[in-house]
Design a binder for this molecule. Structure first.
Ligand code: VGL
Ligand code: ZN
Length: 202
């Protein structure tokens, strides 16, 4: 059971968006071409209330990309992004969505950020994704989407911890910070994940 997990392919993470990931638009044709190769395609969506504590705008005097401690957790302060029902929160219009069987939303609790598609950053709450995938018989999870060094990375770590095989499709993702991404890839490999190129799947 080969499953493709599309992480946060939303307007705000694509050039022109509020938290644009460099080259984020280049992955869309790859994600579209990959989908027919999979038995199951699911997606996640970052889905914040406007009052979310991860937004720098909600911390007067603080700057975007500054790191603070919030509820005992390190928190990067992001530009306002992926606000529920906003255009920025929608999937990019060129993303093929007809094969996406389920969408898991995250980041709704104002007090805690949620990079992984499985759990919030303090692991207080599950999105139900692990249970859904087990029920579907999914074992091999292939990841693409945005951003490689945040939501894709933390989703892969949780997938491995939940006992799935996790494979990053390296040309189907882009990172916010190249140095952070290099470290992330090392950690993925150390924890038993794999890194492949989309051409390995055709
Ligand atoms: C993400 C930062 C904040 C992501 C989401 O999708 O990688 N990054 N919220
Ligand atoms: Zn977010």
């Amino acid at each position: 059971m080969k499953t493709l997990v599309l992480i946060d392919v939303q307007n705000d993470f694509i050039p022109g968006g509020a938290l644009a990931v460099p080259g984020g638009d280049e992955i869309i044709p790859i994600l579209n071409k990959l989908q027919p190769e999979f038995d199951l395609v699911i997606a996640t969506q970052d889905w914040h209330p406007a009052e979310h504590s991860s937004f720098a705008a909600n911390h007067p005097g603080k700057n975007e990309f500054e790191v603070i401690t919030w509820q005992g957790q390190e928190q990067v302060l992001w530009p306002v992004h992926c606000v529920q029902k906003s255009r920025g929160a929608r999937f990019h219009k060129q993303l093929e969505i007809s094969r996406i069987e389920a969408i898991f939303r995250k980041g709704m609790n104002t007090e805690i950020d949620s990079y992984s598609g499985f759990y919030d950053n303090a692991k207080l709450k599950s999105t139900g994704l692990a249970g859904y995938l087990r029920d579907k018989g999914a074992k091999d999870l292939y990841f693409g989407g945005l951003a490689a060094d945040y939501c894709v990375y933390f989703s892969i770590l949780d997938a491995l911890e939940e006992g799935f095989n996790a494979i990053l499709i390296e040309d189907a993702t882009r990172a916010i910070d190249p140095a952070g991404y290099e470290e992330a890839k090392q950690t993925i490999l150390q924890r038993g994940g794999k890194i492949i190129h989309s051409k390995d799947l055709f």
